[in-house]
Design a protein around this ligand. Structure first.
Ligand code: ATP
Ligand code: MG
Length: 606
């Protein structure tokens, strides 16, 4: 079927005037100083994320509004208003003081998508404590590695996670002083308030979260943090190597707020749902912080992906702005229209996606299944917030990650072999459109990371001539849209061509039998590297030689013989990080019989 190249702006149901309406004008008018004035600041000076996200709303007309609604987990829904969130986070901040945790020290959170996670995160931020959220699905090894690297002093978890992943490993985390344990809800409501089981509570350094909260006051004077004080420690997904700890400051709130306007088009009356787990930077920055900074109501789903349930939630919760990921979208596509079960989403106004490239098929699928195209956007743990996005201000070019947001200056650059006299990296800006190069961002946006944990040298290597170098290879078209080619580590060099796996994978996914694909380079005596692709098939498809030939022929037609894969392997699943990213490095290592390297971020680590 012939697909349109653009999805025009007026094809979207923009029922409210978008915040971002005129790309050139709004970018010219933008300054980070003005964006910072949209926040309140602390009385007497300073900026604290939790004050902006919670306390200032709790002290105003939004006090009674639902800030967060938690569903799933076999529990009735739990709603927290801004006023309740303010009280609970203050209690928690006082509780941390009782435990002796001081400003600048680190709290780790390993508790999943339960109400205590944002309460602890925001409470710690009030106290100037630095927060590091982890995926609850991590196993004991990745947990201990990160807690030790990040010098975690207190860790918040749940009773069952404590039993399964911490109790026997405490001695491997010698710097951890206390573990705060959230009791599991009692089996019967008549059993009274939940308490941590006595056997666990008696262990050394274990503190019952409920008891600590009950014993702590609900008035707390927020620490006078500044924009440069550290607030969050996020580990990268570990897609290309061992995960790195990126440090972010309270000033990041300015970017979370501004990008909430420009990339997610958040409006006061929105009902928002970000499907990411807080263990991944997206789940914290856009699952907790950005919507709260805007005073909107947002949904947190405690359960794992289920196509039919997700559609039901979108409909029943009347979600208007939805932020999800390509993996989830591909799973919805795979589930077919039965899962949709005739549901309709009249409230839905804006859908966005992040984490991996979004293939054009998925953008068009959105139009058809949800009634809206999907707006892909790009950022990474290091940038702390969305940098390049498809927005309401211009038409979508399916397959493109969009254009730089207001306040973001992007360029395509080439690293030069010749360095500056002091040995630092030099870059050349590639002005010509359509040329592959590394995506660079001009230093100066407020959510930029301020360091890699214990790796100053690596941090310094990320910068050259006033630019942050992202490590991703992109192409900019003549009109200024950016197109993802691949990660620097994943691009394939075959017969003199530089081939991005995304291009190959997108073409493969257009084959009617294919739902997912990953392309890697394998050594080839003639062309240097040849492409091998791993593909997952639609449920019920027979994986035979005829199908393999058909997919290969389709790929050759679409890509030409130089870029088409040489070999195709059928796979049931692809190896992924917890945040859902395909680990091509692992496929490559397995293919070549190399050591598999750091696997702590692998999904099966659960
Ligand atoms: P690691 O740095 O440990 O290898 P990671 O880069 O996957 O892991 P994240 O910071 O979670 O860790 O992911 C950011 C990366 O994800 C980006 O650098 C980019 O490669 C990819 N990415 C994010 N959004 C998009 C997008 N819209 N299109 C293409 N790629 C994207
Ligand atoms: Mg990365």
């Amino acid at each position: 079927m012939q697909r349109p190249l653009f999805i025009r702006k007026d094809a979207q149901t923009l029922r409210v005037p978008p915040h971002f309406a005129d790309y050139e004008r709004d970018r010219r008018a933008f300054s980070w100083a003005a964006a910072a004035r949209a926040l309140e600041g602390l009385p007497g000076g300073g900026l604290n994320i939790a004050h902006e996200a919670v306390d200032r709303h709790a002290a105003g007309p939004l006090a009674a509004r639902i800030a967060l609604r938690f569903v799933g987990g076999g529990q009735p829904p739990v709603d927290l208003s801004y006023a309740e969130l303010a009280r609970l986070t203050s209690r928690f901040a006082n509780g941390l003081a009782r435990l002796g945790l001081r400003r600048g020290e680190r709290l780790f959170i390993l508790a999943g998508r339960i109400p205590e996670t944002p309460v602890a995160m925001l409470g710690a931020l009030k106290a100037g404590v630095v927060v590091s959220p982890l995926f609850a699905a991590f196993g004991p090894d990745p947990i201990a590695t990160r807690v030790n690297l990040g010098e975690g002093r207190v860790l918040l978890t749940t009773e069952s996670l404590y039993r399964r992943k911490l109790a026997d490993w405490r001695t491997r985390m010698p710097g951890l002083r206390q573990v705060l344990v959230v009791a599991e809800p009692p089996a019967a409501p008549s059993a009274g308030p939940a308490r941590v089981a006595p056997a666990i509570a008696a262990e050394h350094g274990v503190v019952d979260y409920g008891e600590l909260m009950a014993a702590s006051a609900e008035d707390f004077a927020v620490e006078r943090t500044s924009v440069r004080d550290p607030a969050l420690l996020h580990f990268t997904s570990g897609t290309t190597g061992a995960p790195k700890g990126a440090i972010h400051c309270h000033g990041a709130a300015v970017a979370h707020h501004a990008t909430g306007l420009y990339a997610l088009d958040l409006h006061d009356e929105d009902r928002y749902w970000c499907t990411a787990d807080p263990g991944w930077v997206t789940g914290t920055a856009y699952g907790i912080l950005a919507p709260l900074l805007h005073g909107v109501r947002s949904l947190v789903d405690r359960d794992e992906f289920d196509a039919a349930r997700w559609y039901a939630l979108l409909e029943a919760e009347r979600i208007s702005v939805w932020y999800t990921a390509p993996t989830a979208i591909r799973l919805l596509m795979r589930a077919g229209s039965q899962a949709l079960a005739g549901r309709r989403f009249p409230a839905l106004r804006f859908v966005a996606s992040v984490g991996e490239p979004l293939n054009p098929e998925a953008v068009w699928w959105g139009e058809q299944a949800l009634g809206l195209p999907i707006h892909d956007n790009w950022w990474q743990t290091e940038t702390g917030g969305i940098m390049i996005a498809n927005t309401p201000a211009f038409e979508i070019r399916p397959g493109s990650m969009g254009r730089p947001l207001p306040g973001v200056e992007a360029a395509v650059v080439e690293r030069l072999a010749q360095t500056h006299r002091n040995g630092s990296q030099r870059v050349r800006i590639i002005e010509a459109p359509g040329v592959d190069g590394e995506l660079a961002l001009r230093v100066g946006w407020p959510s930029m990371f301020r360091g890699y944990l214990n790796d100053e040298a690596r941090y310094r290597r990320c910068f050259a001539d006033g630019w942050y170098l992202s490590g991703d290879i992109v192409r900019r078209d003549a009109d200024g849209w950016y197109w993802f080619v691949g990660r620097g580590d994943d691009v394939i060099k075959a017969a003199g061509h530089l081939i991005g796996p995304f291009e190959v994978e997108s073409a493969l996914m257009e084959h009617p039998a294919v739902t997912e694909a990953a392309a890697i380079g394998v050594p080839d005596p003639v062309s240097g590297e040849a492409i091998k692709a791993f593909v997952c098939l639609k449920l019920g498809t027979v994986a035979d030689e005829a199908l393999r030939e058909d997919i290969l022929a389709h790929a050759r037609r679409r890509l030409g013989p130089a870029v088409a894969p040489r070999a195709i392997a059928f796979a049931d699943t692809l190896p992924r990080t917890r945040s859902g990213k395909i680990m091509r490095r692992l496929l490559r290592a397995r293919e070549l019989g190399l050591p598999e390297g750091d696997l702590s971020a692998l999904e099966t680590a659960a």
